[in-house]
Design a protein around this ligand. Structure first.
Ligand code: 5GP
Length: 110
């Protein structure tokens, strides 16, 4: 299986600004932010894309959304946008499932 840049971030082989981690998910700042706050939530279980989700892995996108919701509540972020890019035609460059979290509000520690 081809290793993506997000595999390497998950394995701590390359640095990232991690904002949240638990047994299921890693969240870190996007290196090229397109909003005041631009985070990426990735599952620790690898799936390449929404296009590759199966009945066995269908819980993962919902899990990422719940983690993003919890993060926003804990950080006092009221409004945000969540997006999945799907495949090249959908603007997906990194073939490791990830949820974009964008907000014009700032995380309080920033
Ligand atoms: P996609 O276009 O695949 O949905 O989004 C991939 C995102 O990953 C892009 O917004 C891009 O800026 C971000 N990205 C790519 N390489 C790195 C990296 O090495 N570190 C971090 N933190 N973000 C990255």
């Amino acid at each position: 299986m081809e290793q993506t840049i997000f595999h390497r971030i998950l394995q701590k082989e390359i640095p990232a600004s991690v904002v949240y981690e638990d047994e299921e998910v890693l969240a870190f700042k996007d290196i090229h932010p397109k909003a005041t706050t631009h985070l990426l939530f990735i599952p620790k279980h690898f799936v390449a894309s929404i296009a590759d989700v199966t009945p066995e892995t269908a819980h993962l996108p919902g899990m990422l959304i719940l983690k993003a919701q919890k993060f926003a509540k804990e950080k006092g972020i009221q409004g945000y946008k969540l997006t999945f890019h799907v495949g090249k035609g959908g603007g997906q460059e990194v073939m490791y499932l990830h949820l974009h979290f964008l907000s014009e509000e700032r995380v309080s520690e920033d």
